[in-house]
Write a protein that binds this ligand. Sequence first.
Ligand code: PEP
Ligand code: MG
Length: 540
Amino acid sequence: MQEFRGRKIFDGIAVGRIFFYSREQKKVVRRRITDAEAELARFEEAKRTARGQLETLYDKALKQINRRDAQIFHTHLLMLDDYDLNDAIVNMVKNRRVNAEYAVAITGDNFAARFENMEDEYFKSRSIDIRDVTERILDALMGGENDIALDAQSIIAAADLTPSETLQMDKEKVLAFVTDKGSANSHTAILARALNVPAVAGIKASGEWNEKMAIIDGYEALFILEPDEETLEKYRKKQEDEKARIRLLDEYKGRKTVTKNKKRIDLYANAGSLDDIDAAVRNDAEGIGLFRTEFIFLESESEPTEEQQFDIYMHAARKMAGKKVIIRTLDIGADKQPSYTDMEKEANPAMGCRGVRLCLTRTEMFKTQLRAIFRACAYGNIAIMYPMITSVDEVRAVKRIAEEVKEELRQSSITYGEAEQGIMIETPAAALISDMLAKEADFFSIGTNDLAQYTLAMDRQNSELEKFFDPHHEALMRLIKMTVKNAHDRGIWVGICGELAADTSLTRKLINMGVDELSVAAGMVLPIRKETAMCEYTPD
Ligand code: PEP
Ligand code: MG
């Protein structure tokens, strides 16, 4: 028995035999060619084949995973036509008179290495996409494709997995993933989440492990090779307990969220796409407490039109069938920036022109979004929420614009609906003047992710700071308490939509502070309902 500790990718426990997957290394030989045009025609033909395959994979991913993650294959289609990549290959064929296979393999390696050496984890993990795309062109040039045929349920072990490799696997037969490379952004992670199977990275798998028994404990990022009987028994028991826990959670479906002594809480889910809304419905969320609209903007190559946005917001409202959907207006900023908003680069983006500041700077973009939201209001129970508020003037300014938008819709006889307008309390300034803000807003939603970042003066993205970052810090608790009191004194409701809402160790405390609503990731709705049911409400 051997134990390895890796990096945590996705929770869960799996016990089973290993299927070791190794990508067949293609032997690419360098040939001298005389007819460069003919060689480039072969390259173009291979790209055409690759394009056809990617379009099929995109459709498959749409059906099997979800729209957001299927975008990987759309990105690959774009990479296929990437100017720099193509230019380097064509130049190599023309100037060095080498065969297309060689030019593709060398250029692919160079580009992938360039990404691999980047500091940023996200870009680092994109090197696998370059390899995937260039391998695909090579397959088309040389014939053949790697096939991943699983004949039994298996733990998949590999150095790394490309998106197309992961998608080729029979989902019913994947018990878990263990890879060497990979991060929370990797395709393995995305698939593990979509299939709901445990995954651990940072484990150097070897061919000798094939068919051997193993255990993956995704909670502890632990991989156990050839476990002894006692360990196997222990983990089989853990697996049973986990299944029982999930069954138990299912019992909370269809119930109200109430404490032992019947204090009612609204338990909503956070969403970033229509797929997330489906997950919210599956997990019995009572509404959507935070619809992050920035993903619609970040995933698009040009600014989403009013019609495109209206379609999404309207479907979100319809899917929730009368339950509340709180749409947060655009919260992009200098670091989360779509290519089409030519904003200046900022030295300190977290404190830059983001959230409501951007909306008040780019009013046309903001008004288009508000038009789409108010039109969608006619189709369900939508509320609007403004992010990154720091002053009363900002709230008045956004509400003035909202009135203008409604007036324009009215003048043009376009159907629209009314909406509650709330604000996010995610800056210390907003919490400290929440008594004043409560006179302007219909509700508050506390964004504890940013509120913690700005209160503790610690970058929420910086993993080096994890050991200093205390999400239960007394300063944060006092700001939450103050916000709740000020909201209630003015007769408005207050929720929490940051990660703290899903922290079961705080549920009792937050409920006793008087928080009216909690909005959490879809998968946390039932655990929080269960936790609430075990709490006694004793107001502070
Ligand atoms: C927050 O800041 O807590 C929040 C919910 O917003 P986001 O995480 O999108 O910044
Ligand atoms: Mg925030």
